[in-house]
Design a protein around this ligand. Structure first.
Ligand SMILES: [Cu+2]
Length: 484
């Protein structure tokens, strides 16, 4: 079992996009323009959705009345509030207190995940789902904030404003604390930029199954700064340092014995769609420093997604914790070139930080990509020979976006989707296939022969996705001028 290792991808300094991209996308230019315009309109329309929902500040707290006369109106007073935490909200989201008052909170966690409410982000114990606790703060003299310190939860909106009556709001002294919503500090993709000459694409070629009956696989969870588009890096959570993680391969009947080790700083897990196991056992969440063995027999053929299931799963999967397992069907024919493409999306957080959970929940991605990088194989085309028979394995590991896999200028004579051939060569009806459709976590493969020298663009033919990074080039014969 070969486990590919991480190509170095963090090289700064975007250059101008190669001309080849423009040529390759030429058939799509009018549509791309329309898609961009439409995207702008939709984007503007969505702005309203992101306005913080200011649930009304709780009023008339039950105030303790051991107040003594003092300069601050709240001095000696304890003000009590009931606070509900849920999956990615705090209710109410704002409270108002008298300056100098102590604050007592009765906090209940009604969500399905662990949460907490930490004044100024200070170390505070997590509250289990369904549990309640009491918190005592203060005296508090100036407006401040508290939030859930679980990764990504604050950005997703788990923030409590504590306002002192008559004082300036949110002068919390805790830096750039903001409400949920599009953050101007989030990284942006320059669709016209290209990676520097030293940048290496992820090798899409998959080797044949190695013939072993048992595949020992070591997967280490690593939180790693990774370039996802020219000049844009994010701290991804990964299996073995890359997103997607290594593409595993075997045959029907093989056993995969996977050792997962959590070298990260938060809880993680793994869920292989290629397996039938007890989810509460093999897919259990492990803490940093822990490891588990996940063993399964691959009794079914196909290309299957694997991903992290730690809460919130959307954030872990969307921030890099996904990959694919190929289980060959019996008698899979040999081909000249075999590659694997795993689709995912980019939901950019600030440069160098983790991806944005709020955008993931809203489904407003910044890019749709093959093998983790924006227009990866436009920048580094995949080469084939004229006359080659090519098989492309495709897995859609995106959290939200479907995939309409199409290759410009080619027709698939073979299509396998979700466990069965839809089409094989020599179809009595002379059938041909233009596009393989895969919703999230579906997979399959297509085959074709490349009869003429040329540059063929493979795409997600959902046009808004094609125009945002979901394209690559297959170059047959004399390669065009190198990208650099
Ligand atoms: Cu995880």
């Amino acid at each position: 079992m070969s486990v590919s290792t991480d190509p170095p991808r963090t090289t700064p300094g975007p250059q101008k996009r190669p001309q080849i991209l423009l040529q390759a996308l030429t058939p799509f230019v009018p549509v791309i323009g329309a898609a961009l315009a439409l995207g702008l309109v939709i984007g503007l329309a969505l702005v309203g959705i992101f306005q913080p929902q200011s649930s009304s500040a709780a009023t008339a707290p039950a105030a303790g009345t051991d107040a003594a006369a003092a300069a601050a109106p709240g001095a000696g007073k304890t003000m009590t509030f009931d606070i509900e935490l849920g999956d990615l909200y705090v209710k109410p989201s704002s409270i108002e207190i008298d300056a100098g008052a102590k604050v007592k909170l009765n906090v209940v966690n009604k969500g399905a995940m662990e949460h907490t409410l930490a004044l100024k982000g200070e170390d505070t114990p997590l509250i289990k789902p369904g549990a309640a606790t009491t918190m005592n703060w203060g005296p508090i003299n100036e407006s401040t904030q508290a939030w859930c310190t679980v990764e990504g939860h604050k950005a997703a909106g788990m923030l409590l404003d504590i306002k002192v009556k008559g004082a300036a709001a949110a002068d919390s002294g805790v830096g750039a604390v903001t409400k949920a919503g599009p953050d101007a500090s989030n990284a942006k993709i320059d669709a016209n930029a290209a990676p520097p000459a030293t940048w290496k694409a992820m090798d899409p070629v998959v080797k044949p199954a190695d013939g072993q009956k048992v595949h020992q696989v070591d997967l280490h969870v690593k939180e790693k700064k990774t370039e996802v588009a020219p000049g844009v890096t994010q701290t991804l959570w990964t299996y073995n340092g890359t997103a997607p993680g290594p593409t595993l391969r075997g045959r029907v009947g093989d056993t995969f014995r996977v050792k997962l080790t959590n070298d990260g700083s938060m809880n993680h897990s793994i869920d292989f769609h290629a397996s039938k196991v007890a989810p509460n056992v093999e897919m259990r969440t492990i803490k940093p420093g822990e490891s588990l063995i996940y063993e399964f027999k691959a009794n079914y053929a196909g290309i299957f997604t694997y991903h992290c299931g730690a809460a919130p799963m959307i954030h872990h999967m969307g921030n890099g914790m996904y990959g694919a397992v190929i289980v060959d069907p019996p008698n899979l024919p040999k081909v000249d070139k075999e590659i694997a493409l795993v689709q995912s999306e980019l939901y950019l957080g600030p440069e160098g930080k983790a991806s944005d959970l709020t955008k993931m929940m809203a489904g407003t991605n910044d890019g749709v990509v093959f093998n983790g990088y924006y227009n990866q194989y436009v920048h580094r085309p995949v080469k084939v020979k004229v006359g080659d028979r090519v098989r492309i394995w495709v897995d859609n590991a995106a959290i939200n976006e479907p995939l309409a896999f199409h290759t410009v200028g080619l027709i698939f004579d073979t299509v396998w989707k979700e466990g069965e051939y839809l089409l094989k060569p020599g179809s009595p009806n002379k059938g041909g296939s233009q596009t393989l459709d895969l919703v999230t976590t579906q997979g399959g493969f297509v085959e074709f022969t490349v009869d003429k020298a040329g540059t063929y663009t493979f795409v997600n033919h959902i046009m808004k996705d094609l125009s945002r990074g979901a394209a690559g080039l297959l170059v047959a014969g004399d390669a065009p001028a190198a990208a650099h």
